[in-house]
Design a binder for this molecule. Structure first.
Ligand SMILES: [Zn+2]
Ligand SMILES: [Zn+2]
Length: 106
């Protein structure tokens, strides 16, 4: 299994996102948008979904911030850890803003 840590252009805010140091970045540090590219194991890039994933919740656990992402295409959810350069103080606003895009649980 190889870990991919490449730079990408955010699908939502169009900012160029540089690779994170020492960790695998998979969401935009500016607007927290992510793409559904992983299967069951974070970093495995084992899905063909490619849907947009938005943060829908976050929590502080053992001093670390974890963010819950939901895919708007297949509704898969997964937790991801926040990385130090995330602009975490603005995540509340983004979660509210993205709410209208999130399909209801069925
Ligand atoms: Zn972004
Ligand atoms: Zn998906």
């Amino acid at each position: 299994m190889k870990k991919i840590n490449e730079h990408f252009v955010c699908v939502s805010c169009k900012k160029d996102v540089q690779p994170a140091l020492k960790t695998c970045r998979n969401h935009c540090p500016h607007c927290f948008t992510s793409l559904h590219v992983d299967g069951d194991v974070p970093g495995d890039r084992d899905t063909t979904c490619q849907g947009t994933m938005y943060p829908t919740a976050y929590e502080l656990r053992n001093g670390k911030i974890k963010i819950l992402f939901t895919c708007i295409k297949c509704t898969k959810k997964h937790w991801n850890k926040s990385i130090p350069d995330d602009d975490i103080s603005s995540i509340d606003g983004y979660i509210k803003q993205y709410k209208k895009h999130i399909p209801l649980d069925s």
